[in-house]
Unconditional design. Structure first.
Length: 332
């Protein structure tokens, strides 16, 4: 990109030099002729002429007569200079205009071209019809003007082309904003028919710290795609304890086995009294395999084996005060 800018500067400088030379050269030539006319002719060294030279008629040497009228510049010469000057000016202008047209948004900033409003950005995007042009516009403009990324992505999610919508969500992920403004856009993307776009919607919530993220992740747990559901569990694991536990509490009672299993694993990793409270509810599940998974997790955390929910609940209510926040037994 810097190379392109330097090349444009070089072309501009070269053309301006040619224009200057075209204007200055006729003046220089006329001054030189004036000087030659005013200066006396140089004395020729006296040499002995040969016999052949003596017999030949002497040639008349050309002398610039200062009193002789100088040949005026014809109208053709003036027109030629004017045409050349205009040609150079057109070339300089064309080069600069082409540089502005072909410069990408990121290059436009370096060239000093100011940014534009969100309204103008959306109008320019809406005027495009080719999907490839829309994708290029999204990626280039989002890189140059991240402040307009959310508005542009929201607009692009209305497009019928899945590749355009995917490019918009990719730009949103590259934006990596923790602004709550991401939430409404992610909520829209989570309703998209394409699994990949719904996955991106969940990933876009990773950096956002807002109570509204809970709703996005809870909705994602009910998604028909296992990948989207798994993504919601992974993002929940990165959140603070209240959000994370709220998601896992819903996950352990999900109708999807993969969500329930992932929730049990996450709760075992948290290893806290609040995690045990949620794990015990998993013993209500009628699925024998999942029932065993919950029993294994509780045994790992508490070193106790339970067969039923009531058994585990009674023991935990009587003994929870013996454990600290990391489920280590307190010294008596």
């Amino acid at each position: 990109m810097n190379g392109i800018i330097e090349f444009q500067k070089t072309v501009k400088t070269t053309l301006l030099c040619l224009l200057t030379l075209c204007l200055v050269w006729p003046l220089g030539c006329s001054k030189k002729q004036d000087q030659q006319a005013k200066s006396p002719p140089q004395a020729q060294p006296q040499t002995k002429k040969s016999t052949q030279q003596k017999t030949r008629p002497a040639k008349t040497a050309f002398k610039a007569d200062s009193n002789a009228p100088r040949r005026p510049r014809s109208s053709a010469d003036s027109n030629l200079t004017a045409r050349f000057r205009k040609a150079v000016e057109r070339e300089v202008t064309r080069s600069l205009n082409e540089g502005k047209k072909t410069a990408k948004p990121s290059e436009a900033n370096q060239l000093g071209i100011p940014g534009e409003s969100d309204e103008l950005t959306l109008e320019r995007f809406a005027a495009l019809s080719d999907p490839d042009e829309k994708i290029d516009f999204i990626m280039d403009f989002a890189e140059a003007h991240p402040e307009s990324t959310i508005a542009l992505v929201d607009k692009a999610l209305d497009d019928n082309n899945v590749e355009v919508r995917s490019a918009a969500m990719e730009a949103l992920l590259d934006y990596d904003s923790n602004s709550p403004e991401v939430i409404p856009v992610a909520a829209r993307a989570l309703k998209d028919s394409e699994e990949e776009i719904r996955q991106s919607a969940v990933q876009a919530c990773a950096s956002v710290d807002s109570p509204q993220v809970d709703k996005i992740l809870l909705s994602a747990l009910q998604d028909s795609s296992e990948e989207v559901r798994a993504g919601a569990i992974q993002i929940a694991a990165q959140k603070d304890a209240p959000v994370r536990l709220e998601i896992l509490k819903a996950g352990i009672t999900s109708s999807y086995n993969d969500v329930k299993t992932a929730s049990v694993s996450s709760l075992a990793e948290i290893s806290s009294p609040a995690a045990v409270d949620i794990l015990i509810t998993g013993l209500k599940d009628n699925n024998p395999e999942f029932h065993e998974e919950v029993k294994s997790a509780l045994s790992f955390l508490l070193s106790q084996d339970f067969d039923t929910y009531n058994q585990a609940k009674s023991w935990w209510d009587a003994n929870r005060n013996k454990f600290d926040d990391e489920l280590s037994e307190k010294d008596e």
